[in-house]
Design a protein around this ligand. Sequence first.
Ligand SMILES: [Zn+2]
Length: 327
Amino acid sequence: MRGILYIILGIFVTTILMPMLLIYSCDISTPTTDEIIIDGKSANIRVYIKETQEIKEIELEEYVKGVVSSEMPAAFDFEALKAQAIAARTKALYQKQQYGDAGKPNHPGAEVCNDVHCQVFRDIQQLEDIKGANWMRDYWPKIEEAVEETRGMVATYQGQLIDPLYHSTSGGRTENSEDVFTAMAPYLRSVDSPYESASNHLEDSLVITTNQFISKIQSRYKDSGLSTNNIVDSLEILERSEGGRVTKMKVGNTVVSGRDIRDVLGLKSADFKIVISGNQMTFITKGYGHGVGMSQYGADGMAKQGYTYDQILKHYYQGIEIEKFKR
Ligand SMILES: [Zn+2]
């Protein structure tokens, strides 16, 4: 008899009392004052929609959900999705702060666009069209939860929002910002990214003929003097960055950056080596993307090793804090 009473008591505690307490404690921990208020309104992000050339105002957290869904595979570890949510939110608010009412010069009136130029954003209708009903059922709730759990949280360096650059796969080590772009940011330092083995882009290769290479180079660098006769002696990698990307390369009579070569050829990354064999050239690349800031595959790998979202962010963005956004 006493056993049955304990069972009934147990059922009461687990099905009624504990959920009640949980709801009660949630109410305390998420008061409505957590909302990000800018100029008396909750924060909206002005998004330039490239396809229709219009600007849409989207509530910040809804915007973040549409970015996380588009920029990171939803099958990634939950902690990686949370790290991505904070990076996406920080980027939008950083650009909003940076460019003010005028918007970013490439798309006046909007702080972000929905394209890789800023960060990819798709609304819920587009996601359903692109990813399908099964994805919506299986993964959309996970995205929503990752964003909700980090609601209003941003990454700061010495109290200022950071520009949280990120990329797919570093190839083993990320880059110092000034080695890839012009500006030096103290939080965008070259760090090891050891857990990227799940990425398809750790190593890639592009094969083209020497003639194709020469014509692509000639179209951008008319005075390179490159020809089929001198190509083997005319190419030399002169300098690499700390993260392994080519910073200077001799191409005939000119010196170009690895980033330019990446651009001209459409390589996955500027960390490459070249193998010439007969009239065929193979560019073997490491990683995918510019290599600065958070590696998304690296973040997923860290999460699978047990690191939390804040540990992941603090690894890829050195010296930062994670805090609730305040103006
Ligand atoms: Zn943009």
